[in-house]
Structures are given as C-alpha cells and as structure tokens.
Design a protein around this ligand. Sequence first.
Ligand SMILES: [Fe+2]
Ligand SMILES: [Fe+2]
Length: 140
Amino acid sequence: MENSILELMKTEHGEISILLESFDMLNNIDFDKSKEAFSVFEKEVIKHFDIEEKSIFVLNSLIMDDEISKVFDLMTQHGAIMGIISQIKQNIENNSKSDITILREMLNNHANFEETEFYPRLDEKLSVQDKENIIKKFFS
Ligand SMILES: [Fe+2]
Ligand SMILES: [Fe+2]
C-alpha cells in the first residue's frame, strides 16, 4: 500500500489522546505519576506540532495556494492548545489538579479537522518522495 500521511496522523492523534487520558486518570490517583504522564504528553504534542508546522504546513503552502486559510486556522489552533497546556503545567507546578475537558475538546476538534479536511487533500497532492520524507521525521 502506498504511504499515507493521513493514516500516520490518525495513529499519532490517537496516541496523543491516550497520553492525555492517562494523565487525567493519574491526576486523581497519584500526583507524581500524573506529573510524569503530563510531561510525556506535552513532549509528544510539541514534537507533533513542530513537524506539522515546519515540515508539512510549509510544504502544503507551496503546492496548495487555496489551502492557506486552513493552514492559518490550524496554526491558530496549535497556539490555543499550547496556551491551555502551559496553564495546566502551571497548575501542576502549583500542586493543583487540572480539568482537561476544554483541552480534550480542542484536541479532538483539531484532529478531526486535520483528518477530514486537511490530510486527505494533502495525501492526494504530495509525491511519494515527499510523503516518505515526512513519515521519516516522525520516526527519527
Ligand atoms: Fe495539528
Ligand atoms: Fe495533527
């Protein structure tokens, strides 16, 4: 089967959401462990957004001029999500519990937009070589 960025992204988004849920679960049981879980979650999100912004969105703007506004929306959502993540991080530093309802919803909506609107179109447009290069970055 030909490489698909969409399929890789679905897996990535699923992993990120599992990490967020394990933080939430631990938040009520073991604060120290939840702290560790949060830092794993945060690292994954940062890596994911970083590859999207530096390797994928840039490439996208070169080949799909009409998609610029989608990229702009996605970047704005990344910023908003990172804002909430840093608020939760601050809560953790102050030893207080966090409600992840809004973060969960924002991440789900964002992943949904990427999986239905953005990546299917990108998969159609990218060359096999471009896809391979992107996929490699996620496994490096
Ligand atoms: Fe994204
Ligand atoms: Fe994503």
